[in-house]
Design a protein around this ligand. Structure first.
Ligand code: ATP
Ligand code: MG
Length: 382
């Protein structure tokens, strides 16, 4: 798959810019702060409706403007799909596919991308939430129906937690019994949506883990890098391989755990059970990356997670082909062996978009198209 035409109106530093990406490798070059990442971010946002840099949308709208608009053409085989996103402050995005309004679940994944960026160091070093976001984003791109599963699950956890908190403050047996019966309803929903999300993540990990291990060997040679799922809230099943792969069995486990931890949840007023507490275990040569790995090894691990996702999506066997590989400011961080390995992957992709402040940091790739980025403008060099 490829992205062809892209137009940004009042997006980040751009008032109005248009560019046309080519098949193969596209390199955006320009000094620091000129707007290279803004372009890469806009393409990634068109694919996932998430920025790889910020958790909220407001910074995406150009200072002083009322709305940002991204238009892009996704090219799948011989099919071209025109995508449009209007980002409005404090309101839901307005999304259109080929001129017709659609909802998020019918929009995400029409353009498929894998973004690797400096922020990804947090995949190795950061909190579990970073790794959960990673796994859910890959899951949703692979199977967009999980967008609804995730949204529903997060709503259930929020509301259930609010109820637990109110119970913690409830005096009197009758009032407490009333709230507890309401809690049972939320328990059912937590088990149903949490079981579905857990199932999705585990099935994804079964496919992703071997690809991540291969990618780690490719970029870092010599040592091994692995990823596995850590169901932190299922006390008896901390080991990924020991977890069942049947939705009903996962639901039973969640229900049992809820019952076991009921007193603790009441005491703390927090939902302690469910995939919102889970994590991925990243190991370099058997040691936890976060605590033992070197800076470069943490980078390699993050890169392996992204390249593993790239391989997973390219193997989905639908009409999308390869996802667009977006490499934002990453070559400067890598040693020459890793640079060469990454450049090879980019050169073998249907399309790659690379940003770099210094062109020489990117190994020479044949038939690459270079774009020069100046403040507010992008020009093609050929
Ligand atoms: N909402 C916004 N409105 C106006 N300008 C913005 C907005 N968001 C970001 N910018 C500007 O965009 C510029 C940063 O652009 P970007 O991150 O794309 O730079 P870059 O070319 O990738 O630089 P580097 O090489 O340092 O990574 C900054 O000068 C920043 O002030
Ligand atoms: Mg940048």
């Amino acid at each position: 798959m490829q992205v062809g035409f892209v137009s940004l109106k009042d997006y980040r530093s751009y008032e109005d810019v248009e560019l046309r990406f080519r098949p193969g490798v596209n390199i955006l070059v320009g000094p620091n702060g000129v707007g290279k990442t803004n372009i890469a971010e806009a393409v990634g946002y068109t694919s996932t409706l998430n920025s790889h840099r910020v958790a909220v949308d407001l910074p995406l709208i150009r200072q002083g403007a009322g709305q940002a608009v991204i238009r892009a053409a996704a090219i799948r085989g011989d099919r071209q799909i025109s995508l449009e996103i209007a980002i409005n402050p404090g309101k839901a995005n307005r999304l259109q596919v080929s001129g017709s309004p659609v909802r998020g679940k019918d929009f995400v994944g029409l353009l498929r991308t894998v973004v690797f960026a400096p922020e990804d160091l947090a995949l190795s070093k950061g909190d579990p939430g970073e790794r959960r976001r990673f796994i859910d984003e890959v899951l949703i791109q692979r199977s967009p129906r999980y967008l609804a599963v995730k949204t529903d699950y997060e709503r259930v956890v929020r509301q259930r937690t609010a109820l637990l908190r109110s119970i913690a403050g409830t005096r009197g047996a009758t009032a407490r019994a009333d709230t507890e019966s309401t809690l049972a309803v939320w328990d059912d929903q937590l088990v149903a949506t949490g079981g579905a999300l857990l199932f999705g993540r585990l099935s994804l990990l079964d496919e992703l883990a071997p690809l991540v291990a291969q990618a780690y060997a490719l970029v870092a040679g010599g040592k091994s890098g692995t990823v596995s799922y850590q169901a932190r809230s299922l006390a008896a099943f901390k080991d990924h391989d020991g977890l069942p792969r049947e939705v009903s069995e996962l639901e039973d486990l969640l229900r049992q755990e809820l019952s076991d931890r009921r007193p603790e949840e009441f005491a703390r007023g927090v939902t302690l059970v469910g995939p919102h507490r889970d994590d991925l275990t990243l190991l370099v040569d058997g040691l936890l990356a976060k605590t033992y790995a070197s800076h470069g090894e943490c980078w390699s691990m993050a890169l392996a997670l992204r390249l593993g996702s790239f391989e997973l999506m390219r193997g989905l066997g639908d009409d999308a082909g390869d996802p667009v590989l977006i490499l934002d400011d990453v070559f400067a961080e890598l040693d020459s062996q890793r640079r060469a390995a990454l450049a090879d992957v980019a050169a073998g992709a249907e399309q790659a978009i690379i940003t770099a402040a210094v062109a020489e940091d990117v190994p020479r790739v044949t038939a690459a198209q270079t774009f020069t980025v100046t403040p507010g403008n992008v020009t093609s060099d050929g």
